[in-house]
Design a protein around this ligand. Structure first.
Ligand code: MG
Length: 158
């Protein structure tokens, strides 16, 4: 088995939709970024790539490449899972933590788990997801954006 860690953070900006874990969440701000800026999905993809000791998602989907502007980050996640499969590994389980002062995302938790599970080709009970605030500490605590942590456990086939 192999384990990987991922982390990502994006700042809020006006005039963009907020996409988190592949789910659009109604909010006054979206996240800034080249793709759809889904920091939760980015952290998860990096955890899977990390478990395989592969480079991070910026290596495969550089933000200087116009082809990836506004892209659905679930595609990035599918790419990471495919890269692992090609090397003989499958996702056993993942665990995720979202850090955000706002918006409240508890109501979207199961929807996000379903989206992420579907993109990875696993069942929902293999996707843990929790949310916390930053206890008003620092820029994140002032609501400047959203951060996400992810760990992924991969098992060798057969
Ligand atoms: Mg990112």
């Amino acid at each position: 088995m192999r384990v990987g860690l991922g982390y990502d953070i994006h700042r809020f900006t006006a005039g963009r939709r907020l996409v988190l874990g592949g789910v659009e969440i109604p909010f006054e701000y979206g996240l800034e970024g080249h793709s759809d800026a889904d920091c939760l999905t980015h952290a998860l993809a990096d955890a899977i790539l990390g478990a395989m000791a592969l480079p991070d998602i910026g290596h495969f989907f550089p933000d200087t490449d116009e082809r990836y502007r506004g892209m659905n980050s679930l595609e990035i996640l599918r790419h990471a899972v495919k890269a692992a499969r090609e090397r003989g590994y499958r996702v056993a389980n993942v665990d995720l933590a979202v850090v955000a002062e706002k918006p409240k995302i508890a109501a979207f938790r199961d929807q996000m788990r379903e989206k992420l599970a579907e993109a990875m080709g696993v069942s929902v009970d293999q996707v843990g997801l929790k949310a916390t605030t930053n206890e008003k500490i620092g820029d994140l605590g002032r609501g400047a954006g959203i951060a996400a942590h992810a760990v992924a456990l991969l098992l060798a086939d057969g």
